[in-house]
Design a protein around this ligand. Structure first.
Ligand code: HEM
Length: 464
């Protein structure tokens, strides 16, 4: 097992067993559980430690699993654009099948390709434009519910808003009992899910009468009942609600056999979109309020843009191209706090990526959080500076130095939807209110499936 280290194009390569690995931790990860230098339990701290010690590309093991961390834009491009056919989603995401079935996030290969073809039309720019007024209306209702001098938690408020918006756009329903029910069950499931993904062979264990798993199964059953009923009602009524559910029901695979989706596939996609579609946007907005609360200059500029473009009227779809600074603020916020903070794949065959040659089965991770805070691409990286996102400065940076929505054939299908929602919501609320950050509070990230704030973001609304 001779190891020879050499440097190829600035990458360090170690030859082992006929493969070429990056440098990394010598021992299995659990060995470091009580390490003074990093906490393996927090993946962001682990990735930061690996980058500081070994550079952008590094290696570690958990049990028999080999993991390579590639926080390098050229190599991310290699995986997502040049050879996606050699990878599937990594295990934690595949495990989500126990909740999301074969929906877009969890499926791979041909199943994913077909689903993507069928679902894509529902997300075309023209189709989602109808949602603009609804997004503004919900945001206006939210701003009306705030009171000057009454403290609020920006994180909880943005969750509430994004949930209402996804409920209306997906099901054309207010957050009625059904949607609230779906949300409660999903939350209960996600709490158990963290425990489930840690188990080997969780899928097989689901058949055993283990109390935690029984609770999971019961919650999933209740959830399915609500979702299937909604699908069934809509199918039978034949009414086009103008929402995503109606579009998904009408979608056909025009490149193949013109077939639509079965109820089971619809259930999987509805839950996938529901889950992918609201916590991400809610987090992006919550972090944006925090950053604006710490930067009065950016806040003044944002208000000036809102006053110039909108005056006192509510925004519409047509205003979007003119709300440039709002877009820059959100871009910079998603640089520092990317809601999808890391992505992972697993190699299905031996792969060559840059100077590395990795065996089949290797897990590859890259983190937006780490890459987008690298001073090589973003000087003075911890400073919040929306001016980094002028068209000229954006054009200067290589691809995959900034990729909050991923890239390649699995790029976020809801990206246009998310931009529209985030910009319209932010300006609608900022038109009326300034949110002051209450001093002396603890602020930290919690890297779950999305990058949540670890503590409430306590803010005081002040009428503008
Ligand atoms: C700020 C908001 C959002 C961010 C940062 C975000 C980020 C991402 C990222 C990084 C991926 C790719 C994951 C991977 O390749 O492993 C993804 C996929 C996906 N997103 Fe989003 N997303 C956002 C909002 C939305 C919304 C609003 C929807 C739907 C309404 C949505 C639906 C999806 C779906 C269905 C996929 C899977 C696509 C596929 O694999 O074909 N996302 N998202």
């Amino acid at each position: 097992m001779a190891t020879v280290s050499q440097i190829e194009n600035n990458y360090i390569v170690e030859e082992r067993d006929g493969y070429r690995f990056p440098p990394g931790l010598r021992r299995n990860l659990p060995f470091y559980l009580f390490s003074r230098f990093f906490r393996p339990g927090n993946p962001i701290r682990l990735f930061e430690h690996l980058q500081a010690t070994f550079g952008r590309v590094s290696y570690y093991r958990i049990g028999p699993s080999q993991i390579v961390v590639m926080n390098d834009p050229d190599l991310v491009r290699e995986v997502l654009i040049a050879q996606p056919q050699n990878f599937i989603k990594e295990r934690t995401q595949r495990r989500m099948k126990i909740l999301l079935g074969e929906g877009l996030i969890t499926s791979d290969g041909e199943v994913h390709k077909r689903q993507r073809r069928i679902v894509a039309p529902a997300f075309h720019r023209q189709r989602i434009q109808n949602y603009a007024s609804l997004m503004v209306e919900r945001s206006a209702a939210m701003r009306d519910s705030w009171q000057g001098g009454v403290e609020l938690d920006a994180s909880a408020e943005m969750m509430r808003l994004a949930l209402q918006i996804v409920a209306r756009t997906l099901f054309n329903s207010d957050v009625t009992k059904d949607v609230q029910r779906i949300n409660d069950e999903v939350n209960a499931i996600m709490r158990l899910y963290n425990f489930l993904v840690a188990l080997p062979r969780a899928e097989a264990l689901l058949h055993l009468p283990i109390p935690g798993l029984m609770r999971f199964k019961r919650a999933r059953k209740r959830l399915d009942k609500v979702v299937y009923r909604m699908i069934d009602d809509r199918r039978r009524s034949g009414i086009d609600g103008g929402d995503l559910l109606s579009m998904l029901l009408a979608s056909r695979d025009d490149e193949a056999d013109h077939s639509g989706m079965t109820d089971e596939q619809l259930r999987d996609e509805v839950l996938t979109i529901f889950l992918a579609g609201y916590e991400t946007v809610a987090n992006a907005l919550a972090w944006t309020w925090l950053l604006l609360g710490q930067d009065p200059d950016a806040e003044v500029k944002l208000h000036a843009e809102i006053d110039a473009v909108l005056g006192r009227r509510l925004p519409t779809l047509e205003d979007l191209p003119h709300l440039r600074f709002a877009e820059m603020v959100l871009s910079e916020s998603m640089r520092l706090y990317p809601p999808a903070w890391a992505m992972g794949r697993q190699a299905t065959c031996d792969v060559e990526i840059g100077p590395y040659k990795l065996p089949a089965g290797t897990y590859i991770f890259f983190s937006q959080y780490i890459i987008q805070r690298n001073p090589d691409f973003f000087p003075d990286p911890l400073r919040f500076d929306p001016e980094r996102f002028t068209p000229e400065r954006k054009a200067e940076r290589p691809r995959f130095t900034y990729f909050p929505f991923g890239g390649g054939s699995r790029q976020c299908i809801g990206e246009s939807f998310a931009w529209m929602e985030a910009i319209l919501s932010l300006v609608t609320m900022a038109q009326r209110w300034r949110l002051r950050l209450i001093p002396g509070q603890k602020i930290d990230v919690q890297p779950k499936i999305t990058l949540r704030p670890k503590y409430p973001i306590r803010m005081m609304p002040e009428l503008r």
